[in-house]
Write a protein that binds this ligand. Sequence first.
Ligand code: ADP
Ligand code: MN
Ligand code: MN
Ligand code: MN
Ligand code: MN
Length: 404
Amino acid sequence: KHPKVNHPKPFPQQHCSKMLSLGNTTATNKTVLDRYMKLPIPDNKCQVMYVWVDGSGENLRSKTRTCECVARRGRARAGPNLNGLGPRVWDQYQRPELPIWNFDGSSTGQAEGSNSDVYLHPVALYRDPFRLGDNKLVLCETYKHNKKPTATNHRHRCVEAMSRAADQHPWFGMEQEYTLLDTDNHPFGWPKNGFPGPQGPYYCGVGAGKVYGRDVVEAHYRACLYAGINISGENAEVMPAQWEFQVGPCEGITMGDDLWMARYFLHRVAEDFNVVVSLDPKPIPGDWNGAGMHTNFSTKAMREANGIVEIEKAIDKLSRHHIRHIKAYDPKEGKDNERRLTGLHETSSIHDFSAGVANRGCSIRIPRGVAEDKQGYLEDRRPSSNADPYMVSEVLVRTICLDE
Ligand code: ADP
Ligand code: MN
Ligand code: MN
Ligand code: MN
Ligand code: MN
């Protein structure tokens, strides 16, 4: 029996069958592509891929322009002050001019056709692991014609909260879980006419039949490191074809920037392998683990001696704002997470707030080592795999640091 998969279709269903029947003829030859990618380009120019979150609040879009590159050969330098957040050290030698750009918002769910220009404001720059050389990717915020942020530009408010909490040095570490699918939306590597054996051997699994899609994971990890993302690890998950990567610790707004960009790289790398990435929090109903985005959080005070007192104060504040947090922890104000936070499969119930040491059935877990050292961080296990990291980090800072 073909299992039912809950996740947004990557392309319209009628195209799906057509693509499948075309089979290999839609796949291009990457070896031939490599010849062209090695062609040198003018010294004073580079390609910059502008990347943004579209009107779904979940999917990413991107397009490229050629930018002037100011050569600074021979010495390291910092990039400009992007969005007033302090200089980011980026490429050592080249820095592109990054103009504000625009796109057709009526095609991305971000504007009406009659007034469709949406502006792209570059905010965070990364090295390009696909085009290599001096080429770059730049994450952008989106603004409407009236200069107001678009409905899914959650970075705008996040920056404001982060700048007011800057003296508390909030750190985040996000564990991004995701599921690999075949282009027919069937979990990658699963038998086409049924299910793999029950969960048990797959978490951190080794060996054929226990791991599904490691090539994608390996390529993604290296792409992130190359690009300058603060990726800190990966592991295979409990459900076969489900994986996790961790980003962090990151301070303030850089958490959301690096996580969105890491997601972009994951979709791009998987595209090269003709594999689809799903961030649905419960891609396979039934006795299969869902996917979350556990968020580890600390302030400077929590990381210092006896910081456990601060951690407990934070948990008390979180307990008073459970519903507010659940609403911020997926793009549908809790509707997506409802399928995942059942109280089973290492989750807590969406309806209750709970906290405990080393307990994976709680909303908030204090890692065993943190309880022993009496300092460190807490883990909020509620955020959904498809949550917006800007919304998650923002609400944590508002509740814990700003007492809002
Ligand atoms: P788990 O045991 O829940 O699977 P992981 O090892 O997957 O944990 O992820 C732990 C995350 O916590 C990492 O992203 C790491 O960077 C982050 N982290 C570690 N220390 C801190 C801290 N003091 N504050 C915030 N995040 C932290
Ligand atoms: Mn056009
Ligand atoms: Mn983890
Ligand atoms: Mn996990
Ligand atoms: Mn975790």
